[in-house]
Design a protein around this ligand. Structure first.
Ligand SMILES: [Zn+2]
Length: 276
């Protein structure tokens, strides 16, 4: 069982750059999240795949009908926080408030209480060990915020790369990485997926499946959106943000065709059945 997950946010929800629009300006901007999400929903339907959507609370407030439609089409609704802030920057108390606000927004939109969480920018790190306790205290059962490699922001290099149960009962599902000459490297999501040649992507995923490790994939609606407005982010960040948009949907299709995918809730049922 592998998990296909989508972080439901818009093209302007970029982190760790002063060039990105601020929270106060978000509601004035053109939104492209509905159209891009529907393109992904159509593709998932075509392959009879149900996925987990980590919904940003801000998006749930503005597009409740989209969140309801995602749930009605059989996908799992989880939380991506409310205001898309880096956990290690806002601290414990603000993290708890953001988490509560995201739960409220999702419950108001779709009458669903999310059990899973993914931090914006994989920003649960070695500096925020308290985050897992806050998740448990707020009623979450699992997390998929750990990115067990070095990253420009976020990431937990050296963390266990495989799913595990933490001491406080939270189940952690790290994003898939590969071991390359002793270092772990992301490949199955976002800019890594857009940058990686399709043949290498499929080879790495097949290798992971052969090792009986579940694939944990993530993607954003903007990763498939060639027509999104471009923000002047400087050369390197622009490359990371906009590289490979044209070929991304083709890679998503190839992955959907090549592997068995489901939701985190399916993986959790399968794992408990296997005596995990
Ligand atoms: Zn995000």
């Amino acid at each position: 069982m592998n998990v296909f997950s989508i972080d439901l946010e818009d093209w302007f929800h970029l982190l760790d750059t002063d060039a990105a629009p601020s929270f106060c300006d978000w509601s004035e901007l053109e939104s492209r999240v509905e159209g891009n999400a529907r393109a992904l929903l159509t593709e998932l339907d075509h392959h009879c795949v149900r996925a987990t959507f980590f919904v940003l609370g801000w998006v749930a407030e503005r597009y409740p009908q989209l969140v309801c439609e995602i749930a009605e089409r059989g996908h799992e609704i989880a939380s991506h926080g409310y205001a898309h802030e880096l956990v290690y920057e806002i601290g414990r108390d603000a993290f708890r408030e953001d988490l509560k606000r995201s739960k409220d927004a999702i419950e108001s939109a779709a009458n669903i209480s999310p059990k899973g969480y993914r931090a914006p920018g994989f920003s649960i790190t070695w500096k925020t060990p308290w985050a897992f306790d806050v998740l448990a205290e707020e009623g979450f059962e699992y997390d998929s915020s750990v990115f067990p490699s070095l990253r420009a922001h976020g990431g937990m290099s050296g963390a266990d790369p495989l799913p595990s149960r933490l001491a406080n009962g939270i189940d952690e599902y790290p994003i898939s990485t590969v071991n390359l000459a002793g270092s772990r490297l992301g490949y199955l999501g976002g800019g890594y997926l857009r940058l990686m040649p399709r043949i290498a992507l499929l080879h790495l995923a097949r290798s992971q499946v052969r090792r009986s490790e579940p694939l944990i994939l993530y993607i954003h609606p903007r990763d498939i959106d060639l027509a999104q407005p471009r923000i002047d982010l400087g050369a390197l960040r622009s490359l990371r943000t906009y590289v490979g948009l044209r070929g991304c949907m083709g890679k998503v299709r190839a992955l959907l065709e090549s592997f068995e995918w489901g939701r985190f809730e399916d993986l959790r049922i399968a794992s408990s059945g296997a005596g995990r």
